[in-house]
Design a protein around this ligand. Sequence first.
Ligand code: 5GP
Ligand code: MG
Ligand code: MG
Length: 191
Amino acid sequence: MSARKTPPVHPDLESVLFTEMQLKRRVRGLGRELKEIYGAGEFTIISIINGAVMFTADLMREIDNPVRLDCVRISSYGTKTKSTGVPQVVASLTLDIANRHVLLIDDILDTGKTLLLVTNLVRKLNPASLRTCVLLDKQGRREVPIEADLVGFKIPDKFVIGYGLDFAERYRNLPCIGVLKPQLQNPPAWA
Ligand code: 5GP
Ligand code: MG
Ligand code: MG
């Protein structure tokens, strides 16, 4: 019998930055960091969708604190791979967060405009505290002064997909995070 080769995770990926196992391990670590911050206390998670869905779902299951969950939907990149224009709130919060401890979660911090927009929105609602957590941080790309309190991984300036992150709404369901092949980084026919 011939040796079986491991199939590539996805043919549209140029490379894999983080495997499913590496993501799991880091998310578990972030769960421990949250435990150090919040102890056994209650807090409200605000997830910036759609990108942060996978990360939020996995991180929530690493903690046993009493948590509430709400989401904000922010206008997306469309089919482009670079941040353009000003992000807009498409759907806002439904929970009352006044005097509550809030943890804001996003998939990736790039120019910083999205996180700044949402932190400003949340601050106006008078939370007891506000912390931010992103899975990925493209530090070199910042255009506005904002940093996250908790960061999963720092990454170089590459357009990444998978584990919630999309290109033209595709690839969110990849279990790993990788770099899309450059020849596919134009608006494709199916978009
Ligand atoms: P920012 O407002 O910081 O420029 O961008 C944040 C948002 O842009 C993220 O929530 C994410 O939706 C999107 N984004 C930024 N960089 C990437 C990337 O490399 N890949 C994907 N798929 N989305 C990105
Ligand atoms: Mg996003
Ligand atoms: Mg997107």
